[in-house]
Design a binder for this molecule. Sequence first.
Ligand code: 5GP
Length: 206
Amino acid sequence: MNFLEEKILIDGVIKPGNILKVDSFLNHQIDIDIIRQIAYEFKRRFKGTEVNKVLTIEASGIAIATLLGDLYDVPVVFAKKSETANSTDDKYVAEAYSFTHKKLNNVFISRPYLHATDKVLIVDDFLADGQAAHALIDLVHQAGAEVAGIGIAIEKGQQIGGKLLREEGYHLESIAIVESMDWEKQTIRFREQDGADLTQARISAE
Ligand code: 5GP
């Protein structure tokens, strides 16, 4: 079990509706040591990949992106969410349905912050249906730039996003992949990433 899986078991809370709450270290309070380990793990997994920009979406991806941008010594850009944005001369705009907020968002990036020469490493806290990741990919492509890879802290493997992105040929690295969660028993099963069996454990903190 890796450091992030262990942290999820200690501090994560499973909520009804297939939601994993990790507010104590990622989505509300930020545990810098864990975020730093996530950034180092992405740097290790994307070794040999050329990256000249790190891209995420507000808000929870920003902490991870910032520490990773520091490791690569490249600019960090976060896409902003807006209900009203339209594509204009100064913005790239894409649509994303929010899994947690159950609404359609436009996400946008001002044109000066993405260039056709960019090799972009996309990062985010969670991957569920892949809406946020696909919106970010769309923005990168609108700029004529290249997706160097996609780094996700926690992938919910029972949702479709990871499968789609892998089928589309992207280099996707997820540090923890949740295979299944049981809200009533507070148990969680992670996908073993080195080819061994699934690991299952009980969440210890509520
Ligand atoms: P997707 O766009 O892949 O469907 O969902 C990814 C986004 O939804 C993430 O940026 C994250 O904010 C949110 N999200 C999806 N599932 C969960 C979850 O179980 N827990 C938390 N905390 N956020 C989630």
